[in-house]
Design a protein around this ligand. Structure first.
Ligand SMILES: [Fe+2]
Length: 227
């Protein structure tokens, strides 16, 4: 029998030294069928400091370069209790991290596809057009760019970096550059409902989550609207 709805979260970019996995702790309050990880599960960079209130662990002074150092890096990430709890609770679908935009895709309906993406370390909700140069081009799909779980920590240059171009891109319906978190979604045959969850902090281990915005995509109606 087919389920009448599916509930899932999509996440990305969990640089360990950037902060605590408060977003995964927040995730545990939900009853999800799946967590889609869109990439940057680990980062290969040398770790010379952390925003976790602890010194850099020894043994990670150099960038990963071979199987041993990548395995060690994976071990470090997997020791995090919040990440462990999320894996114990939910099935994960994980796309390889390669520092490129990893596109997951969820077709709500053939005439109204929704693209779930990440790795911008920022949050976007975009109308997608066949021709972005034509301001009259109709919207054919929607893109939700999920924020980073931790990458960038609590204060980052992403907001000032990307925000100035937003007014010149009217297909961008929502933008935020300086908060970490994730999207969670519920899909039924008629509707896709999304909550954008931001964390009060990833550098404070006691940071909590709150719903910043909610969006709806209706079957057969391209584009997202505020819920
Ligand atoms: Fe990333």
């Amino acid at each position: 029998m087919l389920a009448d709805k599916i509930r899932f979260a999509f996440v990305t970019c969990q640089d360990w030294p950037s902060g605590h996995y408060t977003a995964y702790r927040d995730l545990l309050h939900n009853d999800l069928d799946l967590v889609c990880h869109l990439g940057d599960y680990t980062y290969e960079y040398a770790i010379d400091s952390t925003r976790r209130g602890i010194p850099a662990p020894t043994g990670f002074e150099e960038e990963c370069r071979d199987l041993r150092t990548y395995r060690l890096r994976h071990t470090l990430y997997k020791l995090d209790p919040d990440l462990q709890a999320a894996h114990a609770r939910f099935p994960f679908a994980v796309i390889w991290d390669d520092h490129e935009v990893a596109n997951d895709y969820s077709g709500v309906a053939p005439e109204n596809p929704v693209f779930l993406t990440g790795d911008w370390h920022s949050t976007f909700v975009n109308d997608l057009k066949l021709d972005f140069k034509d301001p009259r081009a109709r919207t054919v799909a929607t893109e939700f760019v999920t924020p980073a779980i931790t990458t960038g920590g609590d204060s980052t240059p992403y907001g000032p970096y990307y925000a100035p171009m937003v007014p010149y891109n009217p297909h961008i319906k929502y933008y935020e550059g300086d908060r970490r978190g994730y999207f969670k979604a519920t899909i039924t045959p008629e509707l896709m409902e999304l909550d954008l969850r931001f964390m009060t902090s990833v550098e404070d281990a006691d940071g909590t989550g709150y719903t910043e915005r909610s969006f709806v995509v209706e079957n057969g109606v391209p584009g997202a609207r505020p819920a």
